[in-house]
Design a protein around this ligand. Structure first.
Ligand code: FMN
Length: 200
């Protein structure tokens, strides 16, 4: 298995997928389990992940995906990451079943905030699952694209989400061999290490 630093250098935001290549059921099952295992603050897990493989449904979402429309059409799967939008449900279903210490942390440090602050805290957990997921997909040899460029309200409508709100989506599949964005054709661009990492 490839070491993690090599994976980090090799994964990239895929811009063009090979529409003829689909992810096997076995790997899809592994991707689902990786998402389920994502860490979150106090193990609050305020999320829902919707896997879309049906071509018609992907094409229905494409017009609400801005510059990402072709990824919706060509990628094997789209995973829509949504956050719980019903605080009452979140507290009774997610928080109430946690260990006492976690509940106390929530009641003392999160719950007193405004609704907007609580929802921002929940969304942070979903973004964390994104980072975890992109690495997990790469470890299975699957290409991916995180996509904030989606119309969240339209995604909610098309997917019929009620107590959850779309935050972003991830396209998954296998790259078109000519995808210009792959690291072998376009070297990774990052800020110099001594500008972002400090050792004291
Ligand atoms: C939260 C998030 C949202 C993003 N949204 C999009 C998007 O809508 N479309 C797209 O092509 N790339 C999107 N990207 C990809 C970034 O542009 C990309 O990760 C960044 O430029 C670094 O390049 P690399 O991932 O290829 O290393 C997004 C990345 C993140 C983390």
């Amino acid at each position: 298995m490839m070491d993690f630093k090599t994976l980090a250098g090799d994964r990239y935001a895929t811009k063009k997928y090979d529409p003829s290549k689909k992810i096997s059921n076995e790997l899809v099952a592994q991707l689902k389990e990786i998402l389920r295992l994502s860490p979150s603050s106090i193990n609050s897990q305020p999320w829902r992940f919707t896997f879309v493989s049906d071509q018609k449904l992907k094409e229905e979402l494409a017009p609400f995906s801005f510059h990402n429309a072709s990824k919706l059409k060509d990628a094997s799967h789209i995973v829509v990451f949504s956050v719980i939008d019903n605080l009452e449900k979140f507290e009774s279903e997610n928080i109430a079943s946690l260990p006492e210490g976690a509940i106390a942390y929530y009641n003392n440090n999160i719950k007193p905030g405004s609704e907007e602050q609580i929802k921002a805290w929940m969304a942070h957990q979903v973004y964390l699952a994104l980072g975890f997921f992109l690495s997990g997909a790469a470890s299975l040899g699957i290409d991916s694209t995180p996509m904030e460029g989606v119309n969240a309200a339209e995604y909610d409508r098309v997917l019929g989400l009620k107590d959850h709100k779309t935050l972003f989506a991830v396209a998954l599949g296998y790259r078109d061999p000519d995808d210009f964005n792959q690291p072998s054709l376009k070297p990774k661009s990052r800020i110099d290490i001594d500008k972002v990492i400090y050792s004291i």
